[in-house]
Design a protein around this ligand. Structure first.
Ligand code: UD1
Ligand code: CA
Length: 416
């Protein structure tokens, strides 16, 4: 079956319920804007076209839209039906299936979307909704079914009566349409609701009344349905996404002693047989080799790379640092803007003083150096191979290979 699919992603909305200046779809989940996950989902379907509908602070949101996707601007934020209409304006010559995704629905899984699309295409449906059953459906649009159990409409929470509020089957917001049916009927959507908005959800009743085939596919895992409207939902989604990231790492051979207290962003690489101890935060882009030991209480920030067999122990903060294999940084250290070689021992309490008040300066520590406890390295500085610094040294100059230094400021006690 040839699949002509275009995806419209709705991401124009404000952050009203988040009470935020930042557009909602840019709020991060595990270190990545929530919209990033939705863009990945769309790309994963290999559609003919992806259209992102932007509005509120579009100049910020467009920065994360990939080149291949089209951007359309919804001029006034008057509802999801109007946003889809804007999206369709970028699909002039396209014929086929239009899949609508919401930018605030990042937990969806690729296989669920595939299931939805397969069902839609195989059964020649005009509009297929992804629905879910929630014990507590509040906040979501409820699916109305007629006496034959056919979907006949969606009622938004705000407009629902007590009986409708009791319906546990909800609209995830994800819908697949035959493009012509969608396009031809959007004009019948009227802002007749409490919010005076043009609701995309109203098109379902319009299509059903006209006798078009409307059907639903249930998301197996109701968590996928989570739409993020509030900070509390953001936190909930974050922990679900975190669980997925941690589970995948464990599957790939990483030991995480306590996943519940381990915070690893999207887009990190960790090698097999590395052990991550509790209360550790690892930010996006960090790369960790095999057989490393990280934490407890370690904070690895952006652009950190640990080669194999590295220990980054308790109360370690690292940022923009490369650490060579078999190097130990075991206790309370700050290593920033640094390149540390292999088999280096960095004693407890070592600090690379990288910031002089104006700019960040670089520290280089060569292979097999031995940095005494409580050494402060005032960058820029280079410490040679096999060099040794005494406990409490304040290093202000480059140290040659094999030299031994100590004191404040550190002086050479023995040349290499
Ligand atoms: C929507 C659905 C609801 C569903 C829920 C699932 C409607 C009317 N309601 O409600 O049935 O259960 O999602 O999470 O669709 N947006 C625009 N332009 C607009 C308005 C919204 O692009 O003018 C975008 C938002 O950025 C957001 C998405 O559409 O990504 C959904 O809007 P939102 O206001 O969050 O809808 P809900 O009230 O959650
Ligand atoms: Ca929402």
């Amino acid at each position: 079956m040839k699949k002509n699919i275009a995806v419209i992603i709705l991401a124009a909305g404000k952050s009203t319920r988040m009470k935020s200046e930042l557009p909602k779809v840019l709020h991060p989940l595990c270190g990545r804007p929530m919209l990033g996950y939705v863009l990945d989902l769309a790309a994963g379907l290999k559609p003919e076209q992806v259209v992102a509908v932007l509005g509120y602070k579009q100049e910020l949101v467009r920065k994360i839209i990939p080149k291949g996707a089209k951007i359309v601007i919804q001029k006034k934020l008057i509802g999801t039906a109007d946003a889809v209409k804007a999206g369709l304006s970028a699909l002039k010559g396209f014929k086929g299936t239009v899949l609508v995704l919401y930018g605030d629905n990042p937990l969806l899984k690729n296989e669920t979307l595939k299931k939805l699309l397969d069902y839609h295409l195989e059964n020649n449906v005009d509009a297929t909704l992804l629905t879910a059953y929630l014990k507590k459906p509040s906040g979501y649009g409820r699916i109305r079914r007629d006496k034959y159990f056919s979907i006949c409409g969606i009622v938004e929470e705000k407009d629902a009566d007590e009986v409708e509020k009791d319906i546990k089957e909800i609209n995830t917001g994800i819908m697949a349409f035959k493009k012509d049916k969608l396009e031809g009927n959007l004009k019948y959507v009227r802002p007749q609701n409490r919010k005076k908005e043009y609701y995309l959800t109203d098109i379902i009743e319009i299509l059903a009344k006209k006798g078009y085939l409307v059907d639903g596919v249930k998301a197996e895992d109701a968590q996928e349905a989570l739409g993020i409207n509030t900070r509390a939902e953001l936190a909930q989604a974050n922990s679900l996404m975190q669980k997925r990231i941690n589970d995948k790492l464990m599957q790939d051979g990483v030991t995480i002693i306590d996943p519940a207290s381990t915070f690893i962003d999207f887009g990190t690489k960790i090698g097999a047989d590395t052990v991550i101890y509790p209360f550790t935060v690892i930010q996006s882009g960090v790369k960790i080799g095999k057989r490393c030991s990280v934490g407890p209480f370690a904070h690895l920030r952006e652009e950190v790379e640990l080669k194999d067999d590295v220990t980054a122990g308790n109360f370690i903060e690292m940022v923009r640092a490369k650490i060579g294999s078999k190097t130990f940084v075991k206790h309370f250290s700050y290593i920033g803007d640094s390149h540390v070689g292999s088999s280096v021992n960095i004693g407890a309490g070592t600090v690379t003083a990288n910031f002089d008040g104006i700019r960040k300066n670089y520290t280089v520590i060569k292979d097999n150096a031995n940095i005494g406890s409580d050494t402060i390295i005032v960058a820029p500085a280079k410490i040679g191979k096999f060099a040794i610094t005494g406990a409490g040294s304040v290093v202000t100059k480059n140290i040659p290979d094999k030299a031994v230094v100590a004191g404040v400021p550190a002086r050479i006690l023995r040349k290499g």
